[in-house]
Design a protein around this ligand. Structure first.
Ligand SMILES: Cc1cc2nc3c(=O)[nH]c(=O)nc-3n(C[C@H](O)[C@H](O)[C@H](O)COP(=O)(O)OP(=O)(O)OC[C@H]3O[C@@H](n4cnc5c(N)ncnc54)[C@H](O)[C@@H]3O)c2cc1C
Length: 569
């Protein structure tokens, strides 16, 4: 007689463990088996990437899974994402354009030591009554909705088979179900990554003697940021870990930085010497001897999927489904969304509800969300050496993220059919317009590229000096009812449309000499530099002018004196 479970989770990484905790919180008597092939506890520091969290994923860990206490005691608080751009003098960090928050942030986020976190979550998972087996490698899955699925695993050399109502594949890049059922889909985004962990604390505040620069932020705050050093085709991260170690990574587009130039530790160090001489000087000595804790590589990390949830009671969770890009640390966000949709389906199904309609809606919503995020990253590594474009793009990307998906998630709106219907069903619905507006702006950034290549220095730019950004971020966790939520998204979309027009006016004035005061239909924005370009609508009733507060925000992002044409060097 085979053991029976309500849910068997394949893989006990971040997605699998959080899914088990979310299900147990909602239904303590649900029976769950988590199968994890790793033999022992995770190693501290040198375990996995996925260390920096942003607002949506943080809300999930702290508020949905109640991990707030653990996170505050054992992991580091994070001081936002921080960027240092291209510079004439990369040896002098104080002279590089720096983008990041100065003051402590109202909405929290964390730097996670993934080993410490997963070990804690494994302990908690067991305490909640879930059966978790280490050293259990899934060897086969036979799906059968009516008779119950069969999952086989090998432990201590023996194969064991269990039966279950639901299978959740959280096996990461093993992607057990995706491979078995052949629903892989290529992702046209070809960047590569390497990363390593160094023993000890690395505080970039000490990388210069410039006291004025050091004192610009409270001591210790720069250290707590996820730091990105950025130039054409790449970014290099420095992330502090609660275990008093440091994570370093290079992420690059092979069109500019072939993978073979940094895919071993020795080559990565040489690559830093050439592209980022200061991090090279400060980090290379620390990697000698036992200072280097690990070195990992991942070629072409982005992948897509045709399927996520099935009414036949199986689903993928985490990286076994799609994965896009780590630039803004969104991995945990997607786990949060995915697990919330999946838990809702499992719990409703166990309550006897017909979930077929929800399966379709959740899968469409999830895939649409991934697709609407692709243009944020695709070909955008080409922009990374252009400070002015990147500053505006980063602010645009944060504004859209905070105003819509982060706010919807914090209000549990992604499992509310009324909100989903209002936001996404009609062709001219707000959700669909959101995707179109974002794509329009991402295309504008690429179209602008040939006309913008200034190298700037000695500037500090704080996202919270922008009233719109500040408001969107502060309001993420404000709770609203379903009707009020849709109204709020409408208001946020209205501001995003104004922001798009205000940005476009500045760019178009510089590139095309258009009037800085024109009205524009935001969905027709383009510079007219491409063949068959859409006609810019400046006349119809859909053409709008931004409000003064929005214009002021774009002035903060704009590095040139207003009205002076850009000189292309
Ligand atoms: C370069 C890079 C940087 C990133 N940085 C960030 C970041 O800063 N912030 C962020 O939020 N996200 C980040 N991510 C994304 C993040 O790493 C992932 O979202 C997250 O680790 C995925 O978790 P998971 O549980 O799906 O997969 P994993 O953590 O890989 O877990 C899968 C588990 O399944 C187990 N397994 C596999 N096969 C089997 C089998 N046959 N039987 C049993 N068990 C099995 C594995 O041992 C593993 O423990 C980054 C990703 C990349 C590529």
């Amino acid at each position: 007689m085979h053991e029976q479970y309500d849910v068997v989770i394949l893989g006990g990484g971040l997605a699998g463990l959080t899914l088990s905790l979310q299900l147990k919180k909602a239904k303590p008597d649900i029976s769950i088996l988590v199968l994890e092939r790793r033999e022992a506890e995770a190693s501290v520091a040198a375990h996995k990437v996925g260390e920096s969290t942003v607002e949506l994923g943080t809300h999930y860990l702290r508020e949905v899974l109640d991990l707030k206490g653990y996170l505050e005691e054992h992991e580091l608080p994070k001081h936002g994402l921080r960027f240092f751009f291209r510079s004439h003098t990369k040896e002098d960090i104080a002279s590089r354009v720096e983008l990041g928050p100065r003051l402590r942030l109202p909405v929290p986020s964390h730097q996670l030591d993934r080993g410490t976190l997963e070990n804690y979550m494994m302990k908690l998972t067991k305490e909640k009554g879930t059966r978790l087996l280490l050293g259990a490698k899934v060897s086969n899955v036979e799906l059968d909705r009516d008779a119950g699925h069969s999952v086989s695993y090998i432990k201590d050399g023996e194969e064991v088979t269990v039966k279950c109502r639901w299978v959740a594949d959280a096996s990461g890049r093993s992607s057990i179900l995706k491979r078995k059922l052949q629903f892989q889909k290529p992702m046209e985004h070809h960047t590569n990554a390497v990363w390593w962990r160094l023993k000890g604390v690395i505080d970039i505040d000490t990388w210069t003697d410039n006291a004025a620069w050091q004192s610009y932020l409270e001591p210790g705050l720069r250290y707590l940021s996820t730091v990105h050093f950025m130039d054409s085709g790449y970014w290099l991260w420095v992330i502090p870990l609660g275990s008093k170690n440091t994570s370093i990574g290079i992420v690059a587009d092979p069109a500019i930085h072939p993978f073979e130039t940094f895919n071993t530790y020795e080559k990565a160090v040489e690559w830093m010497k050439k592209n980022e001489p200061l991090p090279y000087k400060m980090l290379e000595p620390l990697g000698q001897g036992d200072g280097l804790l690990d070195f990992k590589i991942l070629k072409h990390y982005a992948h897509h999927t045709e399927r996520i949830y099935s009414e036949d009671r199986w689903a993928t969770a985490g990286e076994s489904g799609p994965f896009l890009d780590p630039l803004y640390s969104p991995g945990t966000d997607f786990i949060a969304l995915n697990n919330s949709w999946l838990s809702d389906l499992i719990l409703r199904d166990m309550d006897g509800e017909d979930i077929s309609g929800r399966v379709t809606i959740y899968e469409k919503s999830h895939l649409a969300l991934v697709d609407s995020w692709i243009p944020v990253y695709q070909n955008k590594y080409l922009l990374m050496g252009n400070t002015q474009i990147m500053v505006i793009k980063i602010f645009w990307d944060w504004a859209t993220y905070w105003a819509v998906p982060a706010h919807l998630f914090a209000n549990k709106a992604f499992t509310n059919l009324r909100v989903l219907k209002d936001l996404f069903v009609a062709p001219d619905s707000l959700g669909r317009k959101f995707g179109r507006l974002n794509k329009t702006m991402q295309d504008l950034f690429l179209e602008w590229l040939p006309f913008e290549n200034q190298v700037f220095s000695n500037r500090y730019i704080d996202p919270f000096d922008l009233a719109v950004l500040r408001r969107f971020q502060q309001e993420i966790e404000v709770q609203r009812g379903p009707g009020e939520m849709v109204t709020q998204i409408q208001k946020n979309m209205n501001i995003l449309e104004q922001l798009a027009v205000a940005i476009f006016r500045f760019v178009s004035t510089e590139v095309n000499g258009t009037s800085p005061d024109i009205k524009v239909n935001p969905y027709t924005i383009n510079l007219g530099k491409k063949e068959n370009a859409m006609l810019l609508d400046t006349e119809s009733a859909d053409a709008i002018a931004p409000g003064d507060d929005v214009i002021k925000d774009v002035e903060v992002m704009w590095f040139y004196p207003k009205g002076v044409p850009v000189v292309v060097q």
